[in-house]
Design a protein around this ligand. Structure first.
Ligand SMILES: Nc1nc2c(c(CN[C@H]3C=C[C@H](O)[C@@H]3O)cn2[C@@H]2O[C@H](COP(=O)(O)O)[C@@H](O)[C@H]2O)c(=O)[nH]1
Length: 296
């Protein structure tokens, strides 16, 4: 078994200049998949998507892209449709009022309070005002999202300590940054402070790279698709080690490329790169860990 440091080094050495340019390019965010109109509707869309951006695997064949594309299709029909009747029919489908009475079981149960009612109470019903309240800080915006929406409070107790992984709160901010390419509503001076998004795909990629190494017992459970309870030590260890591993890769990339003055990605961009790798190699990859949760 390769040492973890050797695996991190090998991965960082294997990232070509071309890969790096791709990693730091605005194209790293999949704009074709998402509703992107350069204005506040994009933020409303991303908040709605990232409110239910979790746990697709129990429904065979369902994936993130179906959620993103599905919401986008509805919005294009309603918000950008040329059919006047479509606009009259439901022009405010993602408005705060509608979100506040959205009865979707996942959404309603998840947050214990509808997303829309908090948006209405605190931000005039506009996700763009939530962004503005962050004052250009990604970290401050994550805190506001966590404070406003209980379902985003991705935290577990591990041996008596609170472990805040905040996957959906951070991915919402990362998605806004990516959708606006770091400008306008997506301008955050501290985007580099966000961690990777601790989901169930990236651990598979890191395990295949020998950067994540499971004990024989854990490997057996994951490979046999045994469910790991939400908040269990094994689940928290996989997620926390995934965050740590990506930070080790970032250190190695900065050592190799930072000094030469070449642009080095943020953890968010390295996350997208690793996640896309996981999407592309899903068919022949080992199983991901299986936890029923609304956090990722
Ligand atoms: N770490 C990480 N996890 C991510 C994403 C995304 C999509 N982000 C978009 C934003 C920019 C990119 O261009 C992507 O298009 C979804 N997920 C998570 O994956 C899981 C779904 O997987 P599957 O069952 O295969 O569809 C689920 O937990 C979901 O929350 C990401 O970027 N990073």
């Amino acid at each position: 078994m390769t040492s973890i440091l050797a695996a991190v080094t090998a991965f960082a050495d294997g990232i070509s200049r071309r890969d790096l340019d791709e990693l730091v390019s605005p194209r790293a965010f999949d704009i074709d998949l998402h509703y992107i109109d350069g204005g506040p509707k994009t933020v409303q869309y991303l908040l709605a998507v990232d409110t239910i951006n979790f746990c697709f695997w129990p429904q065979p064949g369902l994936e993130y892209e179906h959620l993103a594309r599905g919401f986008k299709a509805v919005l294009v029909l309603i918000w950008q449709s040329t059919e006047q009747e479509a606009l009259q029919r439901d022009a405010d489908v993602l408005s705060a009022e509608r979100l506040s009475c959205m009865t979707g079981e996942q959404l309603q149960g998840l947050l214990s309070r509808p997303v829309g009612s908090v948006l209405l109470e605190r931000y005039g019903g506009e996700a763009a005002q939530l962004i503005a309240a962050g004052g250009g800080s990604a970290v401050q915006l994550v805190d506001l999202v966590v404070d406003a929406f209980p379902g985003f409070r991705d935290c577990a107790m591990y041996r008596g300590r609170e472990i805040w992984l905040l996957k959906r709160a951070q991915i919402f901010v990362g998605d806004v940054w990516g959708a606006f390419q770091g400008k306008g509503l997506g301008a955050f001076h501290d985007i580099g402070a966000l961690t990777m998004f601790a989901d169930y795909r990236v651990p598979v990629v890191l395990r295949q790279l020998d950067i994540l190494q499971y004990s024989p017992e854990l490997a057996h459970k994951v490979d046999c698709r045994v469910e790991l309870p939400a908040g269990s030590e094994e689940e928290v260890e996989i997620r926390a080690c995934t965050v740590w591993a990506v930070e080790q890769i970032m250190i190695a990339l900065r050592e190799r490329h930072g000094r030469a003055g070449s642009p080095v990605p943020h953890s968010v961009q390295l996350d997208w790169y690793l996640w896309e790798q996981g999407e592309h190699q899903r068919e022949n990859a080992p199983p991901h860990h299986r936890t029923i949760t609304h956090f990722y």
